[in-house]
Design a protein around this ligand. Structure first.
Ligand SMILES: [Ca+2]
Ligand SMILES: [Ca+2]
Length: 413
């Protein structure tokens, strides 16, 4: 039998004697001795752990006696009564086969270790002693830290949190609005054609007899210098020629961009992380015991970079130590809209492109124009410019984004 058990039984025996009205022959010295024994009970090993409250009562009794300088019967009764309860518990458990008590108090409840430290049967957050400072929160995935976030102000971190960081967060500015402006400079022209005249024949469009070298002709100019003198004697029933339209000389188009970048509407805040990374138990499935935040702070989890918020922490805040705003517009490229209309060569009987006329199409084919025996004194190449102008051909897209230096995703409940 252990010393503790002996002390308990001794105490019990004395209590029974007192209860029966039998003289206990107790003296103040006896009481003092009992209290001393009882103190041993409270201070001793594993069995004492089952009666923490009893030990506390004993301590209080001792303190009272010490304060009065004279232990009273009442004090002794309190002590004895506590000892009797202990004795009864031991009897209930059976002397023959005592049930070992696995819980050894390790001091106050540690709220983040998953253990019932103070042996009250309640682990971590389930233990009311954790309530003021800890609470059950959704599970915190690996890689995330329990954090406290203050939005709009930067008060000191709540108790239990450190690693503070002044942040800017939650930009509201959207993408840039981009408008391309295309300006035209210079004029488009279809100024040149290329005309080859062929020998006259009476058959029709026979371009077998070359009468002139290919000649570039300017658009819109009335010409009287007939090549090779071919038509000087007057055209026959048919005058074959081939007119090729030379390509467009477009107007020049210069693009410029009008970029409207809305303000990056960030706000300031402060992020703190829990000083103890570990989280405890005593919560329902899917929850853990973590430090409670206070003041303007919200309960959150944080992870560096741009992340998707984990389950249970739905409210996302993009944060960083400063804003890196790269929003802009890409350069605009512009092109001419001009084209050349149907090109023709018109022959005239008059010297100034007047009088009787006949028209040949500039289609790079052998054509025969009928001049009805009229002489040709002048001619003109015409190729109208159509749709002169400019249009956007590329660019003008919104680029960049609002990014954060030391970016961190903070997700709150
Ligand atoms: Ca604990
Ligand atoms: Ca506990």
């Amino acid at each position: 039998m252990s010393e503790t058990r002996r002390a308990g039984l001794l105490t019990c025996g004395l209590v029974l004697l007192a209860a029966c009205g039998l003289p206990t022959a107790g003296t103040r010295d006896d009481d003092a001795g009992l209290e001393e024994d009882a103190s041993l009970l409270g201070d001793s090993g594993p069995e004492a752990s089952t009666s923490t409250q009893d030990a506390a009562v004993l301590d209080a009794g001792d303190a009272g006696a010490a304060a009065s300088g004279d232990a009273t019967v009442g004090d002794a009764s309190a002590v004895d009564g506590a000892a009797a309860v202990d004795a009864a518990r031991e009897d209930a458990s059976g002397d023959a086969a005592p049930v070992p008590d696995a819980c050894t108090p390790q001091g106050n409840e540690n709220c983040t270790n998953g253990v019932d430290d103070d042996c009250d049967g309640l682990v971590d957050c389930a233990d009311p002693s954790c309530g003021p400072q800890y609470e059950c929160v959704p599970s915190i995935p690996a890689g995330w830290n329990a954090a406290a976030l203050s939005i709009g102000s930067r008060p000191g971190c709540p108790a239990g949190f450190a690693s503070q960081r002044d942040v800017v967060m939650d930009p509201t500015g959207g993408a840039a609005t981009c408008t391309c402006n295309c300006a035209s400079s210079g004029a488009a022209s279809c100024e040149k054609g290329n005309v080859t005249f062929y020998g006259p024949n009476l058959i029709g469009n026979d371009c077998s007899i070359i009468g002139s070298a290919a000649t570039d002709v300017a658009e819109g100019a009335c010409r009287s210098n007939l090549p090779f003198g071919l038509f000087g004697f007057g055209m026959g029933a048919n005058a074959p020629l081939r007119v090729t339209k030379v390509g467009l000389t477009p107007n020049t188009c210069n693009g410029s961009i009008a970029a409207n970048v809305p303000p990056a509407g960030t706000q300031e805040g402060k992020r703190c992380t829990a000083q103890v990374a570990a989280v405890g138990g005593g919560c329902s499935a899917g929850s853990v015991c973590a430090r409670r935040v206070s003041g303007t702070y919200q309960s959150c989890v944080a992870k560096s970079g741009t992340e998707v918020c984990p389950s249970g922490w739905p409210t996302k805040h993009d944060t960083g130590t400063s804003v890196n705003d790269t929003r802009a517009c890409s350069a605009c490229t512009c092109g001419s809209t001009a084209s050349c209309g149907a090109a023709t060569v018109t022959f005239y009987s008059g010297n100034s492109c007047d009088g009787t006329s006949a028209v040949a199409t500039a289609n790079d084919a052998c054509n025969a124009i009928a001049t009805a025996g009229q002489g040709v004194s002048s001619w003109r190449y015409d190729a109208p410019v159509l749709n002169e102008g400019c249009q956007k051909t590329g660019g003008g897209a919104a680029t960049g984004a609002i990014a954060f230096a030391n970016g961190e995703t903070v997700c709150c409940r």
